[in-house]
Structures are given as structure tokens and as C-alpha cells.
Design a protein around this ligand. Structure first.
Ligand code: SER
Length: 952
């Protein structure tokens, strides 16, 4: 039965049972940040299960395209190594939203498998969640599956709901116990029944999962019951097709035939195009032909000793990661072709659904899958892009089931080609480096007897990642085939270091440096106008590489023949805005010089396509540009004002002007005082009020300098320069400026600080930002006055008055504390006893921490002269103990020994000097009796043993 028929029968069967046929949703889940890709049929119904969304039906059936790569369900690592794992697959599923539950779900599944697909019942096994007696009983009593073929599956390590038979889409979302149906491929295939130690083999294959959705898992891990119990089932089309087509591997089904054949062709493993129509083409044929071809190529033209990684003979059998004897070449080839055939499906569908290869998120998963496919092709000898050529075969194979795939064919091919071209530039060097390292590690593998796999250095893995574009999992995959692991912790550390370097490098734009533009100059029209209606695209770049076309979703750089966009320079930021064509829109997030006279518009193509040669309308975001211009013109006025207020030594040392503010660094040795700041503000604002028109002229440099224009020291100028007259300032400047000084509105300095020896920095704002700043200060002033119940004008006097009150209170408090301490000391002094001429005090004090205790001990030592003092306090169930002995008594009585003696009686220990020591204890209840022993201990020390003997 062909895959197309399996799909159709599935949909028909459930439609006949009252299910609404629902189309596959895209691979990017709508509005679901918890999920990388659609990984099951239930994803588009997630909100229906939880009750947040309602549909006009309560029963649905679908064939859903799914990707399981990255995220909670990730099969990427297994692809090519098992008979049943895929990154992309189709899931047949039926769903009940609070309609039927376990009984019908199980009956429907059984009826479809045995009556419609006509599978022999004795080949089917089932599992249930170990607590699910209800499902067990339905299988055994209603369906009649013998108990020997029903397996209860428990939880992992006893954690409830951690079982393989408890399904959840992601860390959060709908979930529930499930019951799975397995097909026994027969004793000739290795593997054991579900739940047995050999369950991972390929003999018993799970074909259908019936999930009894009952709970919603929230971010804190709590499970709450769904409003109504639901059903979500999923059957992998490729697996059921393998069963129904009597093949053991899902790579041998009809759907994969053409793809494996196409991969064989595209990698040059066979020159012959398929001669037979698909229906008559044996599933084994492409591989068999490729093997013949492959053997020839290796024998004829390749030296097995080559170590550039391009030699297929060098690839060992990668099954289970072990190099095995037998037919390594055959296995490596099979693996490579399977991986390529699998990956073209995932990649083409992801691109169709709007994912673009990139360095983060979904785009990075896509990039990793593409690079894996390329690496396998490379190891089969491909040295130029081949992978994109499979899109046409895929579209032929699956385009009728998924018309969107066929519609996007050209775009998908192009994007894959761009990505391939990029990786092929570096893969050879990267593989050579990795190969060299692996061959030095490999001999050690065999020399070792303890079987601990050796590790590739994390630094090397990072270098491969950073310089040659090898994602970590690609490197790990290549190493795995050699029984070598990767030192991931060191890789991550190197990655973190690089991120830190990039962060501290600040605003460096990584895309900027890479572009190699050799075209003509960009004509800049942005002094006069913010819009150009027909600019021509002269070059396009995606991730630094020249491309002919950009597609929706792609980030890139557009170069135009004419642009009103100002490219960042002279401290002024580049413009933002929009480039639009009839059916395309490119959002410009920044404009940078890619060469002295050429501007690159950086941004993202929001929709449509743009090709080199297209005409676009270029529109600068007006409000942002206007704010930037105000700040820039104000900077010129401020520069002049600073020279007037501080002196002609003031020179510009750096500036950054954007839409929010101007930041101006200049030479001056001392902080500006308030009066100077206000004077600068007044001068600038006076020029603004004068509202003089700005004049820009181009003239020879020498003439400009003679006319008094300020040039920046160390800056390179051409022979002919642009001279800007703005109010009282005259400077050489290429930036964009207001038409009249009055356009600036209002100028305010918001901060003044030092950045280096002799360099000060002023930050200032203009226009609405200046107004906002003034209003913010006023709001705070009013709030402060309100809090102190006075008017803003009286605020300072009120604060002074309060400070005075505070001072008085502080003084009174100190006096009161001193009196209190004296009272406490007197109370303690009353407890002093005299022993042999020494004043002894052992007492408990309330509310004192170790510092207060120590101060009290010191004070008592001063007061009592010949004294032994032990003070204790209890805080949070712990005892603090400080002991002090005056000199010369401390020659006979050691404070450290004393506190240690006491501490031992309260579950602690301590020690210290002869005059002062500290200890702690944990048994406050014993404190009182412990303190009582002090007297006797002192007596003992003083040798008054006739009244005290430790033996008594
Ligand atoms: N959601 C379940 C699975 O993916 C059943 O569809 O296995």
C-alpha cells in the first residue's frame, strides 16, 4: 500500500466515524514560544485541549507534518543510525476534544489496523501506563489481546508521570498517560518486546501512540486536570508504511525511494537517471546501484590513506558509534544517503514554513541539519553544493500532498544553495583540521583497555565552530563515528569567553566587516529628502555573502545606487526606515558604510522577495531622523558654547549622536560647575531662539579653515569639505542637520562626568526629550515637596529644618544610649563577686550581638580594674560568649581557656587571647548553669582549691 493510500484511508476511516478532516498546520507553532517546532499532530489543538480555544467540532483527524530536532523531542542524533528515526515525519492522528475517551480510541485504532490495514492481530503488542488498569482491561477484555502481549510500563526512577507511557508535548502543556501499539517485524530482526532490555532494537516498533490527555502541566511543574478528558493519537506514516509495505526500515518505503535515488544522483554516486517509473522501482535498487558505483569510485580513484576527510573509505561503520568489521564502506554510504534523504525533507519543509538558516533559535537548528547533510555529501566526495538539487525531487514526491512545498520550490532551492555555498567555503579546511586531530587520537582509542572514550579538545571544537562553521553536534557526530567524544564543558567555556569578548567590544556590528563590495558609489540624497522613489538594488548580502536574491524572513544587507539613508559616520548613527517594492518590504534597522562611498542598509526582509536589479522606494523613518538631527546640530552649538565658557583649549575628543541624546567628549581638566553648565545651556538656547537658518557649503579645505571652521584634530578630510554654519558655530561636518536652529526646540545638559584624565563627557538632550527631562525633574520635585508637605519653593528650607531636627534627635539618642549602657553596667556590676582579690562577673545580656558584647566586656574591664568578665547573649538559638581578663590577672587566668571551658558546657568551643576571647554554643538551655561554673573555675585557677575541687 503506497503512502498516499495509507494517508487517504486513515482520513477516510476517521471521517466515517464523525471526525472533521483538518489540514496540517505549519512547522512553526503559531504563538507558542514553548515549542521550537510542531512535533506532533496535537500541537495545533493545544489550546482546544486546555479549553482556551473552541472549534466547531469535537472530533478531528489530520496528517500533520512534524519535525523532531532540537527541543524536548529530538531525533536528530539517531537519524541514519536506526531504521525508524527521522527529523521530519508525517503523523496520522485522530483527536477527541471532550468527546470520546479511552474505550473508543482503542476500539477505533484496532479496527483501522486490523480491518482496514488488515494487519494480523497476533503481530501487534500493546503497552499501557502502569497505573492504567482501565486501558489494560479494555485491551484484554474488549479487544481480546492476550495478557502476554500487554505490557505495563512504569515510571523512570520512580518519579510519577516520568514514564515513556506518559506523553507530553514540551515541558509545559497538555499531557497524559498513553497506550502504545507495537508491530513485531519478526524474529529475523534483532530486538526485544517493549519494556524489555532489548526494546531499543528494530524488531518491535511502536507504530501508534494513543494519548489519554488528562492534565495540563504548568511552568512550575504542577499538573491540573484539563476541563474534559481528551484523546490525542499519533501514528508515524513512515513506520506504518514500512509495516504495510513489508519492509523492515522506514527508509525502504516508497516515499523514500525517490529521495534516496535523488541523493545517490546528487552526490555523484550514480550517473544514471532513473529509467523506471516510480511504481515499479524496487526500494532496494538505488542503494544497490549506489553500492556498486561507490565501490568502483573508491577502488579506482581514492587512496585510503588520504586524511582530508573527503575519503569515503575512511568512514567506518557508525552503527552504535562503534567501528565494526564487515562492510564499513557499505554502511557509511547507506548512512550518508539516508541522512541526506531524511534531512532534505526537514530542511525543505522548514524553509517552506518560513525558517531561514541563521545563528540562533529555529534558524540555527535548520542550519545544523543542513550542515549535517552537507558533511555526509562531502564525505561521499561532493566538493560543491549538491543538497539543494534534491528539492525538485522532494517536491515531485510530496508536492501534491503539500502544495505549499511545491509553491515554494524555487525559493527553498535558492536558500539551501546560499547556505550550502557558504559552508562549502570552509568545510574542507575544517574537516582537514578535525581529521588531523582525530587521527592522532584514534591510535590511542585502540591502545586503551578501559574503554573510556577519549575526548576531542573543547578549544578545537570551538575553533571548528567559530572559524569553520561546524556546529558542535556536527563535530560530535563525526567524532562519534571514531569512538571519540567532545569535551563539551571546555567548548562551552570557550564560547562564553568569546561572548564576553564580543560584549565588551560593544557596538561592533559583525555583519558589517564581512561584506566585500566592489560595485559603484551610493549617491546620497538624504540632505535634501527622506525619500527616494526608484532606487535600484545594486547588491544584496545574506550573512556577509553576496546573493542574487533575498527571501522573506532573511536578514541581509541591501546596497542601492541612490539612497536618502544616512550611513553611520562622524558620530551620527545611521538611519532606519523601509525599502519597499510592490510585493516586498525590507525593514532597515541600521545603515552603515560598507566602503567610503557606499552604504549598506541592514535589516530583515519582512515579506516578498528582493533581487539585484529591482527598484525600491527608500523611506527614512522621519521622526527618528529629525530627533537625531536636533541632537547633532545642538552638539555643534554646544561645542562652540563650551569654548566660549571654558576656553579655546576645548577640543572634541569623540561624540555619539543618536535619536535619544548626544554624548560629547572634550578636553578639559576639571569638572564643570553648575554655573558653567547653566551658562553653556543658556548660550545654546539663545542660539536656538535666534532661529538662524543652517548653511551648508562645500569648499576647499584650506579656505574652510581660513574662514574659521572648526576641524577635528586627527580627522582625515578630503580636499573639498562640507562646511556647516549653525548659529554661532562653523564646523566641517558630513552629518545631517536641522534647517534652522529653532528646530532644536530646547537644549538641556543631563550629565557631566570625567571619562579619562583631562577628558570630560557631557550628555545632553533636545526637543521632546529635553521637555521630558524637565518634566521628569519637576515631577520628582513636586513629589518630594508633597512628601514633606510643603511647596517646591520652600523645599530646601524644609529639608534644612528636618536635617536640624535629625541632628538633635541623633544627639538625644546617643545620650540616651550612653545612659542605658551605664544602667546596664551598673546592673551587671551588682552581680560581681570577689574571689581572691579579683572581681568576677559571669552574666547573660539581652539583645546584644557579638560587637555589643565585646564593647560591654571592654567597658566592664575598664570599670572593674582587676577583673574576669564573661558575658553571653542568645540570638536565633545560638549563644555568643565573650570573655575578658584584665592585666595582670590574665597571667594566671587565661580568657581563651575560660571561654572554652564555658563553651564546652553549651555544645560549643572557642578560644582566643589571654585578655580577650570569644566562643559560641548551640545549647542556650545550658547557658545559665554554664555561667555558674565560671566562679569555680576562677577559684581553681587562683589555686583556692580548699573551697573547690573538680573531683567534688
Ligand atoms: N502526541 C502523541 C505523540 O506524539 C500522540 O499523537 O506521540
Amino acid at each position: 500500500m503506497h503512502a498516499a493510500e495509507i494517508r487517504a484511508r486513515f482520513l477516510d476511516f476517521f471521517a466515517s466515524k464523525g471526525h472533521t478532516v483538518v489540514r496540517s498546520s505549519p512547522l512553526i507553532p503559531g504563538n507558542d514560544p514553548t515549542l521550537l517546532f510542531t512535533n506532533a499532530g496535537m500541537v495545533q489543538f493545544k489550546d482546544v485541549f486546555t479549553g482556551r480555544d473552541a472549534r466547531p467540532y469535537t472530533r478531528a483527524v489530520s496528517v500533520q507534518r512534524c519535525v523532531r530536532a532540537g527541543g524536548k523531542h529530538n531525533d536528530l542524533e539517531n537519524v541514519g543510525y536506526t531504521a525508524r528515526h527521522h527529523t521530519f515525519f508525517e503523523m496520522l492522528g485522530n483527536f477527541s476534544f471532550g468527546d470520546y475517551f479511552k474505550r473508543e480510541a482503542i476500539h477505533y485504532a484496532w479496527e483501522l489496523l486490523t480491518d482496514v490495514y488488515r494487519l494480523p492481530p497476533e503481530k501487534l503488542w500493546v503497552t499501557v501506563y502502569h497505573e492504567d488498569d482501565e486501558a489494560y482491561a479494555i485491551w484484554q477484555q474488549q479487544i481480546g489481546v492476550p495478557a502476554t502481549r500487554i505490557v505495563r510500563i512504569g515510571d523512570h526512577k520512580g518519579a510519577r508521570y516520568s514514564s515513556d507511557n506518559f506523553w507530553q508535548m514540551a515541558e509545559t502543556g497538555p499531557c497524559g498517560p498513553c497506550s502504545e501499539i507495537f508491530y513485531d517485524h519478526g524474529p529475523h530482526v534483532p530486538g526485544g518486546p517493549p519494556g524489555s532490555p532489548d526494546a531499543d532494537g528494530d524488531r518491535y516498533i511502536e507504530i501508534w501512540n494513543l494519548v489519554f490527555m488528562q492534565y495540563n502541566r504548568s511552568a512550575d511543574g504542577a499538573l491540573t486536570p484539563l476541563p474534559k478528558p481528551c484523546v490525542d493519537t499519533g501514528m508515524g506514516l513512515e513506520r506504518i508504511a514500512a509495516v504495510l509495505q513489508h519492509v523492515q526500515s522506514s527508509y525502504d518505503i516508497d516515499l523514500f525511494q525517490a529521495l534516496i535515488r535523488a541523493a545517490t544522483r546528487a552526490t555523484g554516486m550514480t550517473a544514471a537517471p532513473p529509467r523506471k517509473p516510480l511504481e515499479h522501482f524496487s526500494v532496494r535498487l538505488p542503494l544497490a546501484r549506489a553500492r556498486r558505483q561507490y565501490g568502483d569510485r573508491c577502488g579506482r580513484s581514492r587512496s585510503p590513506s588520504r586524511s582530508d576527510g573527503g575519503d569515503p573509505a575512511a568512514i567506518p561503520n557508525t552503527q552504535n558509534g562503534e567501528a565494526t568489521q564487515g562492510k564499513p564502506m557499505k554502511n557509511a554510504l547507506e548512512t550518508a544517503l539516508k541522512v541526506i534523504a531524511d534531512h532534505i525533507r526537514a530542511c525543505a519543509f522548514l524553509i517552506t514554513d518560513g525558517v531561514i538558516p541563521s545563528n540562533e533559535g529555529r534558524g540555527y537548528v535548520l542550519r545544523r541539519i543542513i550542515r549535517r547533510a552537507i558533511r555526509h555529501g562531502y564525505q561521499l566526495g561532493c566538493k560543491t553544493p549538491f543538497f539543494h538539487a534534491l528539492v525538485v525531487d522532494l517536491a515531485r514526491e510530496m508536492g501534491s500532498a503539500y502544495p505549499e512545498l511545491a509553491a515554494a520550490q524555487r525559493r527553498t532551492t535558492d536558500i539551501l544553495h546560499q547556505e550550502e555555498a557558504r559552508f562549502f567555503e570552509t568545510i574542507a579546511s575544517g574537516m582537514a583540521m578535525l581529521e588531523a586531530e582525530l587521527s592522532s587520537i584514534a591510535p590511542r582509542v585502540h591502545a586503551r583497555s578501559d574503554m573510556v572514550s577519549p575526548l576531542l579538545s573543547g578549544e578545537l571544537a570551538f575553533k571548528l565552530h567559530d572559524t569553520y562553521g561546524f556546529p558542535l553536534d556536527l563535530t560530535a557526530d563525526i567524532c562519534r563515528a571514531r569512538g571519540v567524544g567532545v569535551h563539551e564543558a571546555a567548548f562551552n567555556a570557550a564560547m562564553a569567553r568569546q561572548k564576553e569578548r564580543a560584549r565588551s567590544a560593544g557596538k561592533f556590528n559583525p555583519e558589517q566587516g564581512k561584506i566585500e563590495y566592489r560595485g559603484g558609489k551610493t549617491a546620497f540624497t538624504g540632505y535634501e529628502s527622506l525619500r527616494a522613489d526608484a532606487s535600484k538594488i545594486v547588491a544584496l548580502y545574506a550573512e556577509g555573502e553576496a546573493v542574487e536574491r533575498l527571501y522573506a524572513g532573511q536578514r541581509g544587507v541591501v546596497v542601492l545606487d541612490t539612497t536618502p539613508f544616512y550611513a553611520e559616520s562622524g558620530g551620527q548613527v545611521g538611519d532606519q526606515g523601509m525599502l519597499s517594492a510592490r510585493d516586498a518590504r525590507f525593514a532597515v534597522t541600521g545603515t552603515f558604510k560598507i566602503q567610503a562611498n557606499a552604504a549598506g542598509h541592514h535589516g530583515t526582509l519582512e515579506y516578498g522577495e528582493l533581487s539585484v536589479g529591482d527598484a525600491v522606494r527608500a523611506e527614512v523613518e522621519q521622526a527618528r531622523r529629525a530627533r537625531t538631527m536636533r541632537n547633532h546640530s545642538a552638539t555643534h552649538l554646544m561645542h562652540h558654547a563650551l569654548r566660549e565658557v571654558l576656553g579655546a583649549h576645548v577640543q572634541q575628543k569623540g561624540s555619539r549622536v543618536d535619536a535619544d541624546k548626544t554624548r560629547f567628549d572634550f578636553s578639559h581638566s576639571a569638572p564643570l560647575n553648575r554655573a558653567q553648565i547653566q551658562r553653556v545651556e543658556a548660550l545654546v538656547n539663545a542660539e536656538i531662539l535666534r532661529n538662524a537658518p543652517t548653511k551648508a557649503r562645500t569648499m576647499p579645505y584650506d579656505e574652510a579653515i581660513r574662514s574659521g571652521a572648526v576641524a577635528l584634530f586627527g580627522e582625515k578630510y578630503g580636499d573639498s569639505v562640507r562646511v556647516l554654519d549653525i548659529g554661532f558655530s562653523r564646523e566641517l561636518c558630513g552629518g545631517t542637520h536641522v534647517a534652522r536652529t529653532g528646530d532644536i526646540g530646547l537644549f538641556r545638559i543631563v550629565s557631566e562626568s570625567g571619562v579619562a584624565a583631562g577628558i570630560r563627557r557631557i550628555e545632553a538632550v533636545t526637543g521632546e526629550a529635553a521637555l521630558r527631562h524637565v518634566q521628569m525633574l519637576e515631577t520628582q520635585l513636586l513629589a518630594a515637596a508633597g512628601a514633606l508637605k510643603t511647596m517646591p519653593e520652600a523645599l530646601c528650607a524644609r529639608i534644612e529644618q528636618l536635617q536640624q531636627q535629625l541632628k538633635t534627635l541623633e544627639k538625644e539618642r546617643t545620650q540616651w544610649q550612653a545612659a542605658q549602657a551605664a544602667r546596664q553596667r551598673d546592673a551587671l556590676a551588682a552581680q560581681v563577686v570577689e574571689i581572691g582579690g579579683v572581681q568576677v562577673l559571669a552574666a547573660q545580656v539581652d539583645n546584644a550581638d557579638a560587637r555589643a558584647l565585646r564593647a560591654a566586656v571592654d567597658a566592664l574591664k575598664d570599670q572593674l580594674k582587676h577583673a574576669v568578665v564573661v558575658l553571653a547573649s542568645v540570638h536565633d538559638g545560638k549563644v555568643n560568649l565573650i570573655g575578658g581578663v584584665t592585666s595582670p590577672c590574665n597571667q594566671t587566668i587565661h580568657a581563651g581557656e575560660l571561654v572554652n571551658f564555658v563553651a564546652q558546657r553549651i555544645g560549643g568551643k572557642g578560644g582566643g587571647r589571654a585578655d580577650l576571647a570569644q566562643a559560641g554554643g548551640t545549647q542556650p538551655a545550658q547557658l545559665s548553669s554554664a555561667l555558674h561554673t565560671v566562679k569555680a573555675w576562677v577559684e581553681n585557677q587562683l589555686n583556692l582549691t580548699e573551697r573547690y575541687s573538680p573531683a567534688k
